[in-house]
Ligand binder design. Structure first.
Ligand SMILES: [Zn+2]
Length: 288
């Protein structure tokens, strides 16, 4: 990567635990039922079956720029979970870039690299990733909101260990022979530790080989997490939410997710604060 001054660049993009920058583009992002003619997604070694299936998200790029997702919006994973239709996905990809599981750039069928101005990712894979993260975030919200009876109903002890039911599937949380299992078994109704443990394990499996420990030039004596793509970075953001590093809040005025600097802050900014006070005032007047 070219940058005039690498240490300035790192200063801008490195935080306490992580270092990550990602590509966002200006150009046109569209949904296509088939891959553009003579172009097919370039296979990466970890690509999955679904990645070569249409429909596709196709990005014709005019300009590329780098940004630091974990800094610019550390609760981006919440916005990602809220995506419900193609228009939302296109808007998200235009603002934050592609997820990074597929290939960039695409190859034409002579095997030569295209001019690097087109990127392509499977929309089905996007939808699957959104649904997957959403179900885990939903589970975490049950913990946040202390829905103990609902959570107890999801957890189940069997002879070989503790199980959890997520998306109608039963998964092993912890094997009975591990020391933690005895502790949890003795505490009836204990859900916080088992569920956060399950979420943590899930995220570790999910990011797998996509987060590296790294030493950075000029940053000796410290190891950083270095996600390789946006999807892994968002799973890490989720983990930071679980440890309380970020506390996502949805603005009642515009529905965007933000990380309030002060816990008393309810809206994303002045404009929404004023909008909400106007709405609340008129509601109060209606009641009089
Ligand atoms: Zn707002």
């Amino acid at each position: 990567m070219r940058h005039s001054n690498i240490s300035t660049f790192l200063k801008e993009n490195v935080s306490d635990q992580y270092a990550f920058f990602w590509e966002a583009y200006t150009g046109t992002c569209t949904v296509k039922k088939a891959a553009p003619r003579r172009l097919s997604p370039y296979r990466r070694f970890y690509q999955e079956e679904v990645d070569s299936k249409p429909p596709y998200l196709v990005f014709r790029i005019n300009k590329k720029r780098y940004y630091a997702p974990l800094r610019r919006n550390p609760v981006l994973h919440r916005a990602f979970c809220g995506l419900s239709d193609n228009a939302g996905i296109v808007k998200f990809a235009s603002a934050y870039g592609l997820l990074g599981f597929s290939s960039a750039p695409v190859k034409n069928n002579r095997g030569r690299r295209s001019d690097g101005l087109m990127l392509i990712e499977s929309l089905q894979r996007w939808r699957r990733e959104i649904a997957e993260m959403r179900s885990l975030v939903h589970l975490w919200e049950l913990v946040l909101n202390k829905r103990s009876s609902l959570l107890s109903a999801l957890l189940e002890w069997e002879k070989d260990g503790l199980y959890i039911i997520v998306n109608r599937k039963k998964e092993l949380v912890l094997s009975a022979d591990l020391p933690m299992a005895q502790k949890w078994r003795g505490q009836e109704g204990q859900y916080y530790e088992p569920v956060t443990y399950y979420i943590n394990e899930y995220i570790s499996r999910k990011v797998g080989a996509h987060v590296y420990p790294r030493i950075l030039p000029g940053y000796k004596k410290k190891v950083y997490f270095f996600p390789t793509d946006l999807l892994s970075a968002m799973w890490l953001m989720f983990l930071w939410e679980v440890i309380g590093e970020v506390r996502p809040r949805q603005c009642p005025g515009c529905r965007i997710w933000f990380n309030p600097r002060r816990s008393t802050r309810k809206t994303c900014g002045d404009r929404c604060r004023k909008k909400m006070s106007r709405i609340n005032l008129s509601k109060r007047k209606e009641h009089i």
